[in-house]
Design a protein around this ligand. Structure first.
Ligand code: SAH
Ligand code: SF4
Ligand code: F3S
Length: 374
């Protein structure tokens, strides 16, 4: 019996697929080389933009024929898309050959759903629960080991679906994180450890007693061993001086910060509920440059947020020009059902978003050429 997992979305999902892989192997399945060879096919989905969802619909739909040929295979759709009840129901209706539809919070119980499917189709979307500490991961990312430090997000940026499909911020206990990292280091095959959280800088605020992210970084660096430490994602509103100081002083921490700005215009940043200004953001960049010379800095941007004017978009262009990032991701704003921004007037037409994203990426390319950055 073989399994195959198709993963969409961010590192968080990639890492959770490592948990699904461990569950499948515990059940006696082994990894198939391609989906056609598997008896259990899992789609771990992403809901961040419409394009991500469309890819899932297309790829799940394509399995209709396979299921006709091999009626005994089990097809499961899980992750961020199916944590939304409307999308989960839509998938059950549109793709009657899908056996299991579950959300992000059901993942640790995946084995239960596979066993139950033998009695009939399963649809279940649980509400958020505690962070699962019981299921191990089957690490699949080469020399890099992902380590989740928290789940969820409290920020409610007005464009973003993540707080709705991942629940509120919950930090793992520092003890459990350190234990996992000690084990990873002891295995001896991982050169890099990447900490994951939607907003790592607010790590530990919910713990009693509270632990700061800077303290967590220091404690991890104190673990003996030859490894590099990286983390994502940092939110500019919470990136404190003590975190910058720890990155500067700890040799194990990679000098590489992903600090999404999203926009260079204060009115748009405010509408996005990002809770920092262009000036505050540039202040952080200045501090990083002063304290960590040669630090790589990367960012995410959204163009065509509702009501964004041409001048406001040019503020994003000038921010990118000023910071001279090592690399950026630029996204066209995609309305997500249930978010505040999707209900705003002044949605920007697709062709304008397209032009703006092209312009931004062209600028980035030009800067990289000039600066000789990679
Ligand atoms: N927690 C991280 C990243 C979350 S998603 C952070 O706050 O930075 C990764 C990126 O997707 C975001 O940085 C944002 O640029 C983009 N994104 C999120 N929602 C989007 C939407 N509705 N439309 C377009 N891009 C979006
Ligand atoms: Fe989404 Fe904002 Fe949370 Fe990032 S910080 S996951 S963009 S709500
Ligand atoms: Fe990640 Fe996509 Fe979910 S970006 S948190 S997999 S919506």
């Amino acid at each position: 019996m073989k399994y195959f997992i198709v993963t969409y979305g961010c590192q968080m999902n990639v890492h959770e697929s490592e948990k699904l892989a461990a569950i499948c192997e515990r059940m006696g399945y082994s990894l198939a080389e391609k989906r056609e060879d598997a008896e259990l096919i899992i789609f771990n989905t992403c809901a961040i933009r419409e394009g991500a969802e469309d890819r899932v619909f297309g790829n799940v739909g394509a399995l209709k024929k396979l299921k006709k040929k091999k009626p005994n295979i089990i097809i499961a759709v899980c992750g961020c898309m199916t944590q939304k009840e409307t999308t989960a129901n839509h998938i059950m209706r549109t793709f009657p050959f899908v056996d299991i539809v579950i959300g992000t919070f059901n993942l640790p119980n995946f084995e239960y759903y596979v066993n139950a499917v033998k009695k009939g189709r399963q649809l279940e979307i649980l509400q958020e629960g505690d962070i699962d500490e019981t299921v191990p991961y089957k690490r699949t990312s080469g020399e890099n080991a992902w380590v989740n430090i928290m789940q969820g997000c409290n920020n409610f940026c007005t464009y973003c679906i993540v707080p709705y499909v991942r629940g509120r911020e919950k930090s793992r206990s520092e003890e459990n994180i350190l234990k996992e990292i000690r084990e990873v280091v002891a295995e001896g095959k991982y050169k890099k450890i990447t900490l994951l959280g939607q907003n790592v800088n607010s790590y530990g605020k919910d713990l009693v007693p509270a632990v700061s992210f800077a303290q967590l970084l220091r404690d991890i660096c104190a673990i003996p061993g030859d490894f590099k430490l990286w983390f994502m994602t940092s939110h500019p509103k919470d990136l404190t001086d003590d975190v910058i100081d720890v990155i500067a002083s700890e040799e194990k921490i990679l000098k590489d910060i992903h600090l999404p700005a999203q926009s260079g215009n204060n009115r748009i940043l405010n509408l996005m509920n990002r809770r920092y200004t262009r000036e505050k953001y540039l202040g952080i960049i200045k501090k990083i440059r002063e304290k960590i010379p040669n630090c790589r800095i990367t960012s995410d941007f959204i163009v065509g947020f509702p009501t964004e004017t041409e001048e406001e978009f040019q503020d994003t262009m000038s921010l990118v020009d000023e910071v001279k990032y090592d690399s950026i991701f630029a996204f066209m704003y995609s309305p997500r059902e249930g978010t505040v921004a999707s209900r705003m007037d002044g949605q920007v037409p697709q062709e304008i978003k397209q032009r703006r994203v092209n312009e931004l990426l062209a600028l980035e390319k030009k800067i990289q050429k000039q600066e000789g950055k990679k």
